[in-house]
Design a protein around this ligand. Structure first.
Ligand SMILES: [Zn+2]
Length: 410
């Protein structure tokens, strides 16, 4: 294929994806006023319901604005030679391909982050603030950004440098080595994320002795789940929204509870949430997700190896001197329909897994406290109780509340 065909394919992909997303958002917004299902009538009172309606509407408008802005920006960048311009800057810095690629991606990432910062600032300090969710100070907001850059530069930069080095050394066979590298890295991160990365952003401490810990340990013993690491994280430093998650496996497995979750829920409800997380582990969802993500990386890298030496891919984004980094961007844009499809499959599986984890909690603990905790969490995040099925199909990694409640009651 010539670079002109590829160029128009990229434009078409960007525009079609925008149209699909916008249509889905629109369909979803048409369901905002739907009557609330009977099983969920006790989630909101009248004022809270109104508040949730306002929250949905403002987020819908804001989302439309940001996605339009980002489409226009990307199209302009492609049409007016933005990628070539950055390539010239990067090539002026060094003759070394690895350094050129670092500067190239550094410019693109920091540049696009600076352009989108006003949006995330507005989202946090205007929208989330207005609805009482935001707890972040402006200092935390900007320090988070700097830490994010530093992490990106060391981890992202390090991985990319190694991958390009593999490419220069092994040619298109680089993908096997890159795959091994990313697989080891993924495994390592899964095990040590909570120990190495989380402390950069949050404080976490072991759950205090007391009745909650006793109840959790009692439950864990009952289902034969050995857990030594239950941590409480200061999520309240940033937002009032609550969460809990599971990470690692083997000896490194740990459950992290947000302090906001502990404040919002009764002890029984917390144990129910925890039972759901244990369900994910017991049903091997953690390992399954890990294996799938490693296989998917291999597939993507293999495809990349078929395109990386084709100069037309670099030229498709307007870069005249073909290179690994330019072809990588061209490939990334062309690959996005495939990643949409794999994302869809992953969401579908994830929703299946949520039901399985809910069932596990239902049979090993109880359905009632899990239902009430899910309702409280939905209420406290002003979530949408009447999403459009097409929107759920495309975007939801968790089934909508009504489906989970029905399943738990069944
Ligand atoms: Zn879950």
């Amino acid at each position: 294929m010539t670079h002109t065909t590829l160029f128009y394919s990229i434009i078409a992909i960007l525009v079609i994806e925008f149209i699909i997303e916008t249509t889905l958002d629109y369909l979803n917004s048409k369901r905002y006023k739907d009557p609330i299902p009977q099983d969920l009538e006790d989630v909101y009172d009248v004022t809270e319901y109104q508040k949730s309606q306002d929250y949905k509407k403002i987020n819908y408008k804001f989302g439309l604005f940001t996605s339009s802005f980002s489409l226009i920006l990307t199209l302009c960048f492609l049409l007016f030679g933005g990628f070539e311009w950055i390539d010239t800057i990067a090539r002026a810095v060094s003759d070394n391909n690895i350094i050129i690629a670092m500067v190239y991606f550094g410019c693109i990432m920091i540049g696009s982050d600076i352009i989108t910062t006003p949006f995330s600032y507005y989202k946090t300090f205007v929208i989330e603030e207005k609805f009482g969710f935001n707890k972040m100070t402006k200092t935390t907001f900007f320090i988070d950004k700097l830490k994010g850059y530093a992490m990106m530069a060391t981890i992202g930069g390090g991985l990319l440098a190694l991958i390009i080095w593999f490419f220069e050394w092994a040619g298109t066979g680089f993908w096997i080595y890159a795959w091994a590298l990313v697989a080891v890295f993924t495994l390592f991160m899964n095990l040590f994320y909570s120990r190495l990365i989380v402390p950069l952003f949050n404080k976490q401490k072991p759950l205090e002795e007391g009745s909650l810990k006793n109840k959790i340990e009692g439950y864990a013993k009952k289902v034969g789940f050995e857990i030594k690491n239950i941590f409480v994280i200061d999520g309240s430093k940033r937002s009032t929204k609550a969460n809990a998650y599971f990470s690692g496996f083997g000896k490194e497995k740990r459950i992290t509870l947000y302090d906001t979750l502990i404040n919002d829920l009764e002890e029984d409800e917390i144990v129910a949430v925890l039972a759901h997380e244990v369900g994910h582990y017991k049903r091997n969802h953690i390992i399954f997700n890990l294996v799938i993500s490693i296989l998917m990386t291999g597939f993507t890298l293999f495809l990349l190896s078929l395109f990386i030496n084709n100069p037309e891919v670099s030229k498709a984004i307007g870069v005249t001197q073909p290179s690994f980094h330019a072809a990588l961007i061209g490939f990334g844009l062309l690959y996005s329909p495939i990643s949409e499809v794999t994302g869809l499959i992953m969401n579908y599986l994830s929703r299946k897994f949520e039901y399985q984890a809910d069932d596990f909690a239902k049979y090993t603990f109880a359905a009632k406290p899990l239902i009430s905790s899910l309702k409280k969490l939905s209420k406290n995040s002003l979530s949408n109780l009447t999403p459009h099925p097409a929107y759920v199909f495309m975007h939801y990694s968790h089934p909508p509340l009504i489906a989970r409640v029905k399943n738990l009651k069944a």
